[in-house]
Design a protein around this ligand. Structure first.
Ligand SMILES: [Fe+2]
Ligand SMILES: [Fe+2]
Length: 306
């Protein structure tokens, strides 16, 4: 891919500017920035044991929007055991505190994309090393939103073109921030933050690459599903499951996302849990998107604002 450009400054949570607007992300830029980063903080803590994370994930899993997906308690316990191994350094854990206090939607979203990605990955990925890689990358996918003004994250009206650009900048900002804190611009967490809005057909952002990484795609599909079924600042009524799955099915039909990952997601939304290979979906749209949704009114793009 060509070099990405930071169209807006990238700042850390405490407000330190890592890169100014206009920076081209060449290998040298990234290496110089990483060289200036403090030595890796010694203190790392399991994400699930941090603050109220574990009890919050459990309560979100029991919410009606996720109660079928996480209905099987032994499987959910096993999943939490797998998620338990994920450790993050303190400056990254503090990002969770920030969102919990200032943008609760994003806090909940980060934790549920983590849980849902791990659930799908357990089903689809055989290699335990790949699973561990996924566990490190999913919860940090939206950390670049610390570089997006809160008034944009919380806005209830459609975004204008500049605001949308600032919001979409979270993928590049997350790539820079995670490269800096992990001192590695090829780490799975940094690459997932950068690429989770890319699509298989090249219609995503920031680079418009043809997404081929299965692990990133699992995060991407979990991200879309959670964004649709959650109440958003700009959409007080969420999509019901059926309509959300129809939206994602349409994306698979158009070649934006992989059908087998979508089938696995659909299987977890059915009480009888058929093997994902047996999932077929009626092509006829039967669901109804929420009425007071301003999502379709965005002036410059119809991409989901997640
Ligand atoms: Fe997200
Ligand atoms: Fe995102």
């Amino acid at each position: 891919m060509g070099d990405l450009i930071c169209h807006f400054p990238v700042t850390t949570l405490p407000g330190e500017e890592l890169l100014p607007a206009g920076t081209v992300l060449t290998q040298t830029t990234m290496q110089d920035m990483i060289a200036a980063a403090p030595e890796e903080p010694a203190y790392q803590a399991p994400l699930l044991q941090y603050a109220t994370v574990r009890q919050d994930i459990l309560s979100f899993c029991h919410h009606p929007s996720y109660s079928i997906i996480f209905a099987d308690t032994p499987s959910t316990d096993k999943l939490l055991g797998l998620m338990e191994a994920t450790k993050l350094a303190l400056p990254l854990l503090e990002v969770l505190d920030f969102f919990k206090s200032h943008d609760y939607y994003t806090y909940r979203h980060i934790l549920m994309v983590f849980a849902l990605s791990m659930l799908l990955a357990q089903e689809l990925i055989d290699d335990p090393r790949d699973l561990m890689r996924e566990a490190l990358a999913a919860p940090t996918h939206d950390f670049g939103k610390v570089s997006v003004p809160l008034e944009i994250l919380r806005k209830t009206e459609p975004l204008n073109a500049i605001e949308r650009q600032r919001l979409e900048h979270h993928s590049v900002a997350g790539y820079v921030l995670l490269s800096y804190y992990l001192k590695d611009y090829n780490s799975p967490a940094a690459l997932t933050a950068r690429d989770h809005h890319e699509r298989k057909d090249g219609s995503g952002y920031p680079a418009g690459i043809h997404l081929t990484d299965r692990m990133v795609e699992i995060v991407a599909i979990s991200d879309i599903f959670d964004a649709l079924i959650a109440k958003r600042p700009y959409r007080p009524v969420s999509y019901d499951h059926r309509t959300a799955l129809e939206e994602i099915t349409r994306m698979a039909e158009k070649g934006l996302v992989s059908w087998d990952i979508v089938q696995t997601l659909i299987s977890f939304n059915r009480k009888d849990r058929p093997p994902h290979q047996q999932i077929t979906v009626s092509r006829e749209a039967r669901g109804t998107p929420p009425v007071d949704n301003v999502y379709g009114q965005v002036v410059d793009s119809e991409k989901e604002q997640s």
